[in-house]
Design a protein around this ligand. Structure first.
Ligand code: NOJ
Length: 793
């Protein structure tokens, strides 16, 4: 289904030749300014840029001011005034040219699509990669269209471009904002060198349901942590200057509520009240606006019957008017067309009208704007001012990216060769990956591995070089990650004898972005060999979990235990050797109650990216002391979902009234591993909680001591509870954290400072409210192990 660029370019040449003869007649129908411009263009294509420069220098010399925002506005307005209505609408049209389709192509008629490129009826493109191909397409558009407005090239650069970093959920487990920012900045460097100027990331959707496959793409369940991570990722992608050719525009998505899909089923409806909307779902989006994110993407879902793509309240009242966001809002893939499926428009024309009025600027693969907006405007159904406003944002973004100064600035094959997959990027990827690993259990201190002579490495993911790359792997080549086995062999191969058995397969048939993964359910023929390896080993590493494509878009699961035969295999191994280190590689929290009860050591290693195996070996060997903390609760049973630490108290929170309280009768009323949880090879003690209040601020002091004999890092977490307010507030809310390093025996006093505003919440209109009264302040190493004190404010 992908468009072949060669034929695209060929058809451009033919069309340009045809158009040459009609230029004269077109000239006569243009307004004077346009005629000047077209005549200008006829001399040489590059003269167009001289035209821009001419206008710019004119403005600059007249005003004698620095190149600033108002300067940009003037340039944009001047260009806007040159544009025909069709050209303006063209800027609002985005096509996919490439193979990574996450829905059907809007128009299947390729000839018509080509023609639209030539007519200036396409403003941006997604899925075209590589300096060579992006340059070709850019040149085609710049050379063939009347005004030569460059395209923006967009792509889903989610956790790396070719050097892969941990999946975002895994990276969130690092609680290391600098590392997260650095990883995004490297992704931006690689992507921009390959012709990309716009990433559809970060996904800032909060989610409380691990069945939803896209939890891998977010920062977990907490709005505070999620907001800080959103900011770090945006800063990483965008840097300080969008026109720097190593930065790219970010996109806060999916606005809004997508992570609250009912039953965790992707694309499903969302029903949330305003309290949850403003206090849980929206904070990371607000934070994104505060971080000057360049763009927003709206979401596939409806909220209480209103599709996000045509949601006037979200897009216009909140985002544009209340939060003053003046960037570009792009639809999700054909989400304008899908307004019809939602039953809120009877045809694409009505869908286009609703999306445009709501405030959607760019139609991704929907053919709704390009086919219908002109008529809607001519009939007075949509105001041309709205279109002008959208086009102004789009042109401003192109201007900020520096595309008007030089439409080819991102397309340098030499820089691309030099930067992509650079060894320094791999090194950083490995460091970030080690920070993302969460030690869930280490009961017999099997880790770090010591005095082991014979090590067994068993499991379908042990030698898997593909799954660690994770879903949404951009331009990473399949099977290029360092596998767990390779990492262990490199690090420990000369210290111990290492034997391997696959044990069982995890999936059968195609295992890629486009196909449903078929889970292996029957073939136990590899068990025998695995049991033999386990019998003859001192310690067994079990590499189990999910393949890359068992999480991600459209990868919701109803059962979030270890898929396929893996638990059967684990139980068989356990019968012959109990010294098991279970290394989980997965894209979501799993429900692993048997494993947690029986297996002495469990390491959560997510899909860690290109350097996964090395990073895991760093932790298993003890070269790196694990310091990750869960950004999302692990349930005891899938039936507990949605499960999250910051729930409301309910009217019946405990069993004072015997059986009549909020619980499931067949499972303990807590998560298996709570939010914020993660162990270390060190041990940390919390003491001396002191809270000092003044009228201006609240100071929370806590002493943390490393009582072990190894250096370690700890994420110190502060939570609050607003005991009585106008609306029910969560039993705990993360309000601060700090990742500290402590030498053996070292103690440190950590201070957190809060203002009253930090302790406020949003009312149902999204306004900040502070209500005085009693607050419980809790500090500790996760959302369950806390020491608390009450204060009155
Ligand atoms: C659909 C996904 O929901 C969105 O996140 C992504 O950016 C687009 N497809 C483009 O691939």
């Amino acid at each position: 289904m992908s468009i072949n660029l060669e034929s695209l370019v060929y058809s451009v040449r033919m069309a340009s030749a045809r158009r040459a003869s009609t230029d004269e007649s077109q000239l006569r129908t243009l307004p004077a300014a346009g005629r000047f411009h077209v005549a200008f263009k006829k001399q040489t294509m590059h003269m167009k840029y001289i035209f821009f420069i001419f206008i710019s220098s004119l403005i600059i010399s007249c005003q004698d001011v620095e190149k600033d925002a108002s300067d940009a506005n003037l340039k944009v307005d001047s260009l806007l005034s040159e544009m025909t209505l069709r050209e303006k609408i063209g800027q609002m049209n985005q096509y996919s040219v490439g193979s990574e389709m996450t829905g059907p192509n809007a128009s299947v008629d390729h000839a018509e699509r080509y023609q639209r490129f030539l007519n200036g009826e396409v403003g941006s493109v997604l899925n075209t990669l590589g300096a060579r191909d992006t340059r070709k397409l850019q040149k085609m558009v710049v050379d063939s269209t009347r005004l030569g407005i460059p395209l923006i090239f967009a792509y889903d650069v989610i956790h790396g471009y070719q050097t892969m970093f941990p999946i975002p959920l895994g990276e969130a487990a690092s609680w290391d904002l600098e590392a997260i920012q650095l990883s995004a900045s490297i992704a931006a460097k690689e992507a921009s060198s390959a012709g990309i100027q716009w990433t559809f990331a970060p996904m800032v959707d909060i989610s409380r349901d691990a069945r939803w496959g896209r939890v891998m793409e977010g920062a977990g369940e907490d709005p505070y942590l999620g907001s800080l991570i959103a900011k770090a990722r945006i800063k990483g992608f965008q840097g300080n200057d969008l026109s720097d050719k190593h930065t790219i525009a970010a996109c806060a998505k999916h606005f809004a509520g997508y992570g609250f899909a009912e039953s965790g089923k992707d694309y499903n409806s969302v029903t949330v009240g305003k309290n949850t909307l403003h206090n849980v779902i929206l904070p990371p989006f607000r934070a994104s606006v505060e971080s000057n994110v360049a763009t927003f993407m709206n979401a596939f879902n409806d909220i209480d019957g209103i599709p996000s793509t045509s949601n006037l309240y979200l897009l216009r009242e909140l985002l544009a008017d209340k939060w003053n966001f003046d960037g570009v809002v792009v639809s999700d893939w054909n989400s304008i067309g899908e307004i019809i499926n939602h039953g809120v428009a009877s045809d694409r024309r009505e869908a286009a009208m609703k999306a445009a009025i709501a405030g959607c600027d760019v139609d991704m693969e929907g053919d709704a704007f390009v086919n219908h907006l002109e008529q809607l405007i001519l009939e007075g159904q949509v105001s041309e001012d709205l279109v002008d406003e959208s086009v102004r944002q789009i042109l401003s973004l192109k201007y900020e990216l520096g595309l008007f100064d030089n439409p080819y600035k991102y397309f340098d094959e030499e820089i691309e060769r030099e930067l992509i997959g650079h060894p320094a990027h791999k090194k950083i990827s490995r460091e970030v990956a080690t920070k993302s690993i969460v030690l869930l259990k280490n009961e017999q201190n099997l880790l770090p591995l010591a005095n082991v002579k014979k090590l067994g490495v068993i499991g379908p993911l042990a030698k898997d070089k593909d799954s660690p790359l994770g879903n949404w792997r951009a331009a990473a080549k399949s099977n290029t990650a360092i596998s767990l086995y390779e990492g262990i062999q490199t690090r420990l191969g000369n210290q111990m004898q290492i034997s391997y058995a696959e044990g069982c397969k995890l999936s059968i048939g195609p295992n890629n972005f486009f196909n449903e993964v078929q889970i292996e359910q029957n073939d136990k023929s590899g068990f025998e060999e695995a049991i033999r390896v386990a019998r003859t080993s001192d310690v067994v590493i079990m590499a189990l979990g999910e393949t890359a494509y068992m999480s991600g878009e459209a990868r919701s699961r109803a059962d979030i235990g270890l898929p396929g035969l893996q638990l059967d295999l684990l139980k068989e191994i356990y019968k012959v050797n109990k010294n098991i280190v279970l290394v989980l590689m997965n894209g979501r929290p799993l429900s692993i109650p048997w494993e947690a009860d029986n297996i002495p050591t469990i390491v959560e290693a997510w899909h860690l990216g290109s350097e996964a195996g090395n990073a895991i070996a760093d932790v298993l060997s003890g070269d790196v002391n694990p310091s990750g903390k869960l950004p999302m609760s692990f349930p005891r049973h899938v039936g507990q979902l949605p499960l999250y630490y910051n729930h409301l108290n309910t009217g019946r929170p405990n069993n004072e009234g015997a059986v009549f309280y909020s619980h499931h009768m067949d499972v303990e009323n807590t998560p298996l591993y709570p939010f914020g949880y993660g162990l270390s090879y060190s041990e940390f003690e919390y003491s001396d909680l002191v809270i000092k209040q003044s009228s201006e601020e609240i100071n929370v002091l806590i002493t943390v001591t490393n009582t072990s004999d190894v250096y370690g890092q700890e994420v110190v977490q502060v939570y609050i509870r607003d005991i009585a307010a106008s609306i029910s507030r969560p039993v705990l809310e993360l309000k601060g954290f700090e990742k500290i390093g402590l030498e053996p025996g070292q103690a440190k006093q950590i201070r957190f400072q809060f203002t009253k505003e930090d302790l406020s919440y949003f009312d149902t209109n999204g306004n900040t409210v502070f209500e005085s009264g009693e607050f419980l302040i809790s500090v500790g190493s996760n959302s369950q192990d806390l020491i608390s004190e009450s204060i009155t404010l």
